[in-house]
Ligand binder design. Structure first.
Ligand code: ADP
Length: 260
């Protein structure tokens, strides 16, 4: 039975956008936004036109990660927002629209309204890929987006830690329930190599996300080690894929991209 006849919202494509890929995580702080940005840059390095939609309401980090500030302008017709651009990537974020210091409750109310605008009233032009940085977990924003937008698929970022994995499984189930294919799992912060003695430490466990992918039948897309440069360069608004394109970490992001 078609979704509309079941009283469910029908999914719509985003005009001008060929592929929509959601980046999700079960928990905050596992590196979802860092992954969204570096994957986007890795895709752009393959001569694709890429945009990032930051839908992480309570912690929009795309402006900082992409070194962007300012307010988006409107198109001449006045009904579409023009994305801001850096490193060849068009970006739109709630962080550009809502003052950072707004109280959370007010932000929550504004957010669902703003989200509707962000979905269909952004002038993306022609994009090969739009990466959506989702908020962590499985709340209203994720559901609204996955129910309304026609998505190519979702990638899930998790650390190898049991707690993070349990939440990542919930995330994967949410995508299944709204018929969005899970393209695979990315394991972040699995290995730390000491820069002094080169000893390898598995701070959050070693292979948890890989094991989970195998158990649940999802593709394991790759590993991003815990790395000082990834963190430091992110804070400076210089993602490692553009700042150090020859580094092992940048290559890891590019290898993952090739599989998506
Ligand atoms: P999330 O979007 O899941 O909340 P972020 O992408 O904001 O997570 O990352 C949380 C913190 O961890 C940030 O300070 C980021 O720079 C850092 N981080 C993410 N991935 C790595 C990594 N592979 N190595 C080192 N630091 C990382």
């Amino acid at each position: 039975i078609p979704r509309a006849q079941r009283g469910l919202p029908t999914k719509k494509p985003i005009p001008g956008v060929t592929n929509v890929i959601a980046v999700a995580s079960g928990k905050g702080g596992v590196g979802k936004s860092t992954t969204s940005v570096n994957l986007s840059l890795a895709i752009a390095s393959m001569k694709k036109r890429v945009g990032i939609l930051d839908a992480d309401i309570f912690g929009p980090s795309i402006p900082r990660l992409m070194n962007l500030t300012g307010k988006p302008e409107l198109t001449e017709s006045g009904n579409q927002l023009i994305p801001l651009m850096n490193y060849g990537i068009k970006c739109m974020s709630l962080g550009f629209l809502i003052p950072e210091e707004s109280p959370v409750v007010w932000r929550g109310l504004m957010v669902m309204k703003a989200l509707q605008q962000l979905i269909y009233q952004v002038h993306w032009g022609q994009l090969d890929v739009l990466v959506i940085d989702l908020p962590p977990g499985t709340g209203d924003v994720q559901l609204t987006l996955t129910q309304q937008v026609e998505m190519t698929g979702a990638v899930i970022v998790s650390t190898p830690q049991e707690l993070a994995l349990a939440d990542a499984v919930k995330g994967a189930n949410m995508f299944k329930s709204v018929n969005v294919p899970v393209l695979g799992i990315i394991q972040n912060m699995s290995t730390f190599v000491c820069p002094h003695c080169t000893h390898e430490t598995h701070i959050f466990g070693a292979e948890g996300a890989r094991r989970m992918s195998e158990q649940l039948g999802y593709e394991f897309l790759g590993d991003i080690p815990l790395d000082v440069d990834v963190c430091k360069l992110s804070d400076q608004g210089k993602p490692i894929v553009v700042a150090k394109p020859e580094s092992a970490q940048a290559k890891a992001y590019k290898d993952i991209t090739a599989k998506v």
